[in-house]
Design a protein around this ligand. Structure first.
Ligand SMILES: *Cc1c(COP(=O)(O)O)cnc(C)c1O
Length: 361
């Protein structure tokens, strides 16, 4: 059986270091916002090529706090991709703003930069891009549009740790980069965790206040803040894994190369563009008979996932909010997409076996 993912397998090589880090934090007696968090924030900022990183409680919080920072008026509009994980859209709503969905490019699955301009209105304040599956969006035209219309740019980098576009890494393009360290992400913790990257010292200071109850000094509250802090244990685990992130990425890229080279042409493969380095958080193929393919793979001992089976605007939670809208390209992706095994815990032989079975479909 080749499982889609086994976190036990992924974390095996880190276990001794994790155990030592646990002992250190336990005996240190300081568990939230301490030296482990400060150390991780510094190394992750430097990894992303930005001056600042602020640890928060989750990827969703990283998005909400970024949006909250700007103090937009209730009902102001934020452009988000129609093809994304629900969190990107929920963040806009939880910040009291209105999500305006834009269709993806059918080849990259990311927001179609050519369709953004027609979605901009007098109330548009920001563009929230999502670097889905580990591929950075078409940032040059997006940043150009944002500049032209005076819009803020927030990057949802939850699936793109270390991905690059023209030599720059995810989280270094917009006003804010929002990261999740949910255990299955390329840089995964052992629980919930997230971070925000930014280039501006003022933004850095404000987010630090916002994540800690709006507190500027102990028991002094200058604004209505959140409790969204990264804890010492998760930061210690993340520092250990960050040192190996490039190795994790290289491994996943090597597995992706096998799929790209060897899968037969019946499957629609992810596009690879020059000047971009994808980190393959997910390796997604498309096929018109996706459900039958998934079942066939299960019968042959191969686990897969669907990211995602139901488009955000068709979710029950969005009834009456986005349910009247139609996004045929996003719907087509949701109907045909399938994620193949591509974990740090998989070997090249595992992938070769998946290819063999897939090519007999
Ligand atoms: C995982 C994910 C999030 C949310 O991260 P959490 O840490 O689970 O809150 C947001 N956006 C995308 C695209 C994700 O994949």
């Amino acid at each position: 059986m080749i499982a889609y993912e086994s976190l036990q397998q992924v974390n095996k090589e880190f276990m001794d270091e994790y155990t030592a880090a646990f002992q250190e934090v336990l005996h240190g007696g300081w568990y939230i916002l301490g030296k482990q968090v400060a150390k991780f924030e510094q190394s992750f900022a430097s990894y992303c090529g930005v001056p600042h990183c602020i640890g928060v409680a989750s990827g969703l919080d990283a998005l909400v706090l970024s949006l909250r920072y700007f103090g937009f008026n209730p009902g102001d509009e934020v452009i988000v991709p129609a093809n994304t994980y629900i969190a990107s859209i929920l963040a806009v709503m939880q910040a009291g703003l209105k999500p305006v969905l834009v269709e993806p490019d059918i080849n990259t699955y990311n927001i179609d930069s050519k369709k953004i301009e027609s979605a901009i209105t007098a109330r548009t304040r920001a563009i929230l891009v999502v670097h889905l599956y580990g591929k950075i969006c078409d940032m040059d035209p997006i940043l150009q549009l944002a500049g032209q219309y005076g819009l803020k740019v927030i990057e949802d980098c939850a699936q793109a740790h270390g991905a690059s576009y023209k030599g720059k890494k995810a989280g270094s393009f917009g006003d804010f980069g929002a990261f999740s360290f949910y255990p299955t992400k390329n840089l995964g913790a052992l629980g919930d965790a997230g971070a925000i990257t930014c280039k501006d010292e003022g933004l850095n200071k404000s987010i630090r206040t916002l994540r800690n109850y709006g507190s500027s000094a102990k028991y002094v509250f200058n604004e209505v803040g959140y409790n969204s802090r990264l804890d010492e244990l998760q930061a210690a685990f993340l520092s250990i894994k960050l040192k190996r992130l490039d190795k994790i990425t290289t491994h996943k890229q090597k597995l992706a190369a096998i799929y790209l080279r060897e899968l037969k042409s019946d499957f629609i493969l992810p596009t690879v563009q020059t000047g971009q380095e994808d980190v393959f958080h997910i390796f997604a193929v498309r096929h018109p008979e996706r459900d039958r393919l998934k079942q066939y793979l299960i019968e042959n001992g191969i686990g897969t996932e669907i990211h995602y089976p139901i488009a955000p605007h068709q979710q029950k939670a969005m009834q009456g909010i986005l349910s009247e809208e139609r996004y045929p390209i996003s719907e087509e992706i949701h109907r045909t997409i399938l994620s193949l095994p591509i974990s740090y815990g998989h070997t090249e032989a595992d992938i070769t076996r998946v290819v063999e079975v897939m090519n007999r479909f």
